[in-house]
Design a binder for this molecule. Structure first.
Ligand code: UD1
Length: 431
């Protein structure tokens, strides 16, 4: 087993380069199946969700060359399967995009229900409603979703909830459908726009991505393309919060500052300094944060994926902060871990009440999900003493070489191997 060991107390300083957006990448890779020509995708984060997807695409028959420097070449011409079983998809949530992509390409898809983070009931009823509205028959049997359509025909689809996944999945199925598809109450996240841009580069006709009404005029054929993925807004936000939480001075580089406005505004409200450049934001910690209230919302609201890091930061605020988690109903699993480190947080349903404490203390904690893992790293960087984090597979699904990026900023953090008896060997942080 591996653990992250962190000796807290160091101020983070310097520059960190943000990787490509995970949530765009996990949709763009399946989207490449919509053509039979070669797609070259750059600025790809080298994370487990991407390597797993690359494996799935090659099991479907595509020729795939994944380069750790952040490029993938996909030759979907050879794809000859429209099925992905549980063994293939269980390691990632976003495998549901294979449904839209294979349905769009072959008019058929058989995909097992996805895995991914345990952050609440994760229904896909809106995806299914969209596929059915386009003319597909959907059956769910023994954990497998069977989708089939003689032909897909554009129509208007109103989403009951603002769903990133449903918006993207319906776009994937609709780009080659007959006629016009309109998605009303669509998600506006930057990665929705990125996927639409990728599809348009392939010859699709999508208008309105980034607003709550997206219009897709179906085209007969898509072609290959070269595409560069946008920077990861959540990774950027994670480093921004970490900089503030350690009283540091960090330039988060190669980002789109507009995508970070909600985080920037909240950090300013806590009394931190944030300087925006064309493609960077610099965050300067200004001592303990002022307490603030925060509500997570779909974009351009405060992203739920940064709620957990923010909970950590506010755990040492001057006063009581209240967080309302409006997107996922069960996204406070990290709180139990934070309590082990001395945080004073009460939760009830979607609300967390954080009574600021003087400091956190290092402890052995577990990454319960991807963003909880990132939050616990920040907690470890802030805490006095040694923090040990296990369950790293969650963190590795979504962050590229996270400890190496923190080391470059001056953190005392290392990945260590733990033997069956729980002994950590070869670590400079455990004495
Ligand atoms: C994506 C992100 C995830 C982020 C979330 C919200 C990816 C791979 N993951 O997840 O990191 O936390 O957006 O920004 O991009 N819902 C339904 N029915 C559906 C679909 C969703 O009721 O068919 C509900 C969900 O339960 C949730 C809300 O809608 O309460 C938002 O979910 P959604 O935007 O779909 O999240 P994901 O796309 O799964």
């Amino acid at each position: 087993m591996e653990k992250l060991l962190i000796r807290g107390g160091n101020r983070l300083t310097g520059t960190v380069k943000v990787s490509g957006a995970k949530n765009a990448a996990v949709a763009i890779l399946p989207a490449a199946l919509l053509t039979d020509e070669t797609c070259v995708i750059e600025n790809l984060p080298y994370i487990n969700d991407v390597t797993v997807l690359a494996e799935i695409l090659s099991e479907l028959g595509a020729k795939v060359a994944l380069d750790p420097v952040g490029r993938i070449i996909i030759e979907p011409y050879y794809v000859n399967k429209y099925k992905a079983d549980y063994k293939m998809v269980k390691r990632m949530r976003a495998s549901y995009y294979l449904l839209g992509a294979l349905l769009g390409r072959f008019g058929r898809a058989e995909i097992a229900f996805p895995g991914g983070c345990e952050i609440g009931v994760r229904p896909i009823d809106q995806h299914i409603k969209g596929f059915e509205a386009l003319g597909a028959n959907i059956n769910i049997e023994k954990g497998v979703i069977y989708a089939e359509a003689d032909k897909l025909v554009g129509t208007e689809i109103y989403l009951d909830v603002v769903s990133v996944g449903a918006t993207i999945n319906i776009m994937l199925a609709a780009v080659r459908a007959e006629g016009i598809t309109t998605i009303v109450n669509a998600a506006k996240e930057p990665h929705v726009v990125d996927v639409a841009n990728f599809l348009n580069n392939m010859g699709s006709n999508i208008k309105g991505a980034g607003t709550d009404v997206i219009k897709i005029k179906g085209v007969e054929k898509l072609h290959g393309c070269n595409y560069t993925i946008i920077p990861d807004q959540i990774e950027a936000g994670t480093f921004m919060i970490a900089a503030a939480a350690t009283g540091g001075d960090v330039t988060v580089d190669k980002v789109i500052p507009k995508h970070l406005e909600a985080v920037t505004a909240k950090l300013l409200e806590t009394g931190m300094k944030v300087v925006e450049g064309d493609d960077y934001v610099r965050v300067i910690g200004m001592g303990l944060p002022r307490c603030v209230n925060l509500k997570t919302l779909p974009y351009p609201g405060f992203p739920t994926d940064l709620q957990q890091p923010m909970t950590v930061f506010l755990s040492v605020a001057d006063g009581t902060s209240i967080i309302t988690e409006n997107v996922w109903e069960s996204r406070y699993k990290h709180v139990a871990e934070l309590r082990k480190m001395g945080a004073n947080i009460k939760t009830e349903d979607r609300i967390a009440i954080i009574q600021g404490v003087e400091s956190l203390t290092g402890a052995s904690v577990s990454a319960t999900d991807l963003r909880a893992g990132a939050a616990l790293i920040i907690a470890g960087l802030m805490a006095e003493g040694l923090t040990q984090i296990d369950n790293l597979e969650h963190i590795d699904r979504g962050y590229e070489r996270i400890e190496q990026k923190f080391i470059k900023l001056g953190a005392d953090i290392e990945r260590a191997t733990v033997d069956e008896d729980g002994n950590i060997t070869g670590s400079s942080l455990v004495v």
